[in-house]
Design a protein around this ligand. Structure first.
Ligand code: UDX
Length: 444
């Protein structure tokens, strides 16, 4: 993370508004305030704004609240009042672009935000679209803002939940999409905002709106394809007796492939990959093209849970009345986010079969959200040992490496049946087998 005194060589202090206080907007406003800019976080949700003004973050993200508390009320303020935009040199639009029922990205919040800021934009202000938006959206926003004497810039975000603050300060690249006749004032403003990254020699990609928009979708979809590819290889491993862990290790040492995003398991979830893959497929369709590889990434991903669940059923026979210990509920480690969580999908399938489900996660907020989502249908536990009590099967659904370091001897003493389905290949198989567990991983 960026440590030390806020001082941007050559940068001038700007006032910046950030519309949206979700995962993207909040990290952006908090990050920019740490870099020394005067920021307003704007949201229409009064409760969120109240919480933020009290120094509390509505989402759990490592290091977020610490920086929030430090800058809150000083160079970082939260408000529902769009009027503050009159003072701002730049406005970041960081609202959600959820999936519509037909798979396309729903842009209603983007357009509402553009309409909302329009009356207040000062001369030469720059409106920056940070949300993930389909090709053509910056152009549409620019149409909405016609007559405002402002410029629209595409600047997609690449934050990962769970490490979003670190990702903000250590981003691999800054992507800026300008239109040909963007005024130099707007280009200067963007370079000023990102001068910290320029100085630390972060790679910049300066391009047009369409390419910038596509960089985001292509990146997320490529990673999704990578995960589905590995999961497909894992299926073959299961059948022929190869170990996917060794296969991916051997692949990853090839620098052209790279070692990241090669973990086989229950596949991808979260608020981005599933919706972005679908939205990109739709963009192909809208242009009378077919996205064969990208579409099959989604197809493979959707099949993983069914396959895993079938394997569990084969072993358990009838899950009715059986005690299931689920380790991990969030869609990935270090987040409270349950959106498109494979764990939640599994829970719903198990509940349908009338199983008793207990679950655990290392992030309290994830358990709180699970309680809110599933009410009294499941038992929320504070430790893995409590979760494992009288379990007929332990299922690992979120890739926390800490699960491997738990006291498996003590866990073995508590369960009814020593059976593990490791949906994330996290455990050292030999270790748990030593304690008498029967172990099933993915492609091992
Ligand atoms: C993603 C992108 O990584 C980020 O750049 C973008 O801005 C938003 O979308 P995020 O959804 O937060 O970030 O999580 P990420 O770490 O990318 O993981 C996504 C999903 O893929 C998780 O469900 C994770 O469990 C799964 N995954 C990841 C795998 O199954 N295998 C892997 O090897 C890596």
């Amino acid at each position: 993370m960026f440590e030390g005194k806020i001082k941007i060589k050559g940068a001038f202090r700007m006032k910046i508004a950030v519309i949206g206080t979700g995962y993207v907007g909040l990290i952006q406003s908090v990050g920019l305030s740490k870099l020394g800019f005067d920021c307003f976080g704007i949201d229409i949700d009064e409760n969120k704004i109240k919480m933020l003004n009290a120094g509390k973050s509505p989402i759990w993200e490592d290091k977020l609240e610490e920086i929030l508390k430090k800058h809150n009320g000083k160079n970082l303020k939260f408000t529902t009042n769009f009027g503050v935009i009159e003072e701002c040199d730049a406005v970041f639009i960081c609202v959600g672009t959820p999936q519509s029922s037909d798979g396309t990205a729903d842009l209603k919040y983007i357009f509402a935000a553009a309409e909302g800021v329009k009356p207040y934009l000062k001369k030469n202000a720059v409106v920056v679209i940070k949300s993930t938006v389909p090709v053509g959206t910056n152009r549409k926003v620019s149409k909405i803002l016609e007559g405002c004497n402002c410029d629209v810039v595409s600047n997609p975000e690449f934050l990962k939940e769970g490490s979003a603050i670190d990702d903000f300060f250590n981003t691999d690249r800054v992507v800026l999409g300008f239109e040909d006749n963007t005024k130099h004032e707007a280009r200067d403003s963007m370079m000023n905002i990102y001068s910290y990254f320029y100085e630390k020699k972060t790679k910049f990609v300066i391009t047009d709106w369409e390419s910038a928009e596509l960089i985001k979708y292509a990146s997320n979809s490529f990673l999704a394809v990578k995960i589905s590819f590995v999961n497909e290889i894992a299926r073959l491993c299961d059948t022929v007796g190869a170990d996917i862990k060794d296969v991916t290790k051997g692949m990853g040492y090839d620098r052209r492939i790279g070692e990241h995003f090669l973990n086989a398991g229950l596949g991808y979830g979260g608020s981005c990959f599933p919706k972005d893959v679908n939205a990109l497929v739709k963009q192909f369709e809208e242009n009378k093209l077919e996205a064969k590889i990208i579409a099959s990434a989604d197809e493979v991903n959707l099949g993983l849970i069914d396959n895993f669940f079938d394997r569990i059923l084969k072993k358990l026979k009838n899950p009715e009345g059986k005690n299931i210990a689920l380790f991990g509920v969030a869609f990935k480690p270090n987040t409270d986010d349950l959106r498109e969580s494979r764990a939640v999908e599994l829970i719903n399938k198990l509940l349908k079969k009338k199983a008793n489900v207990s679950c655990f996660d290392y992030v309290d907020g994830a358990l709180k959200n699970a309680e809110e989502l599933l009410g009294n249908k499941i038992k929320i536990c504070k430790t893995v040992k409590e979760t494992a009590k009288e379990a007929d099967v332990i299922i690992i659904a979120t890739e926390y490496s800490q699960f491997n370091d738990e006291d498996w001897g003590a866990i073995a003493e508590r369960v009814n049946t020593k059976l593990i389905f490791d949906g994330r290949n996290i455990l050292d198989k030999n270790k748990v087998v030593k304690y008498g567990f029967e172990y099933f991983g993915i492609g091992r």
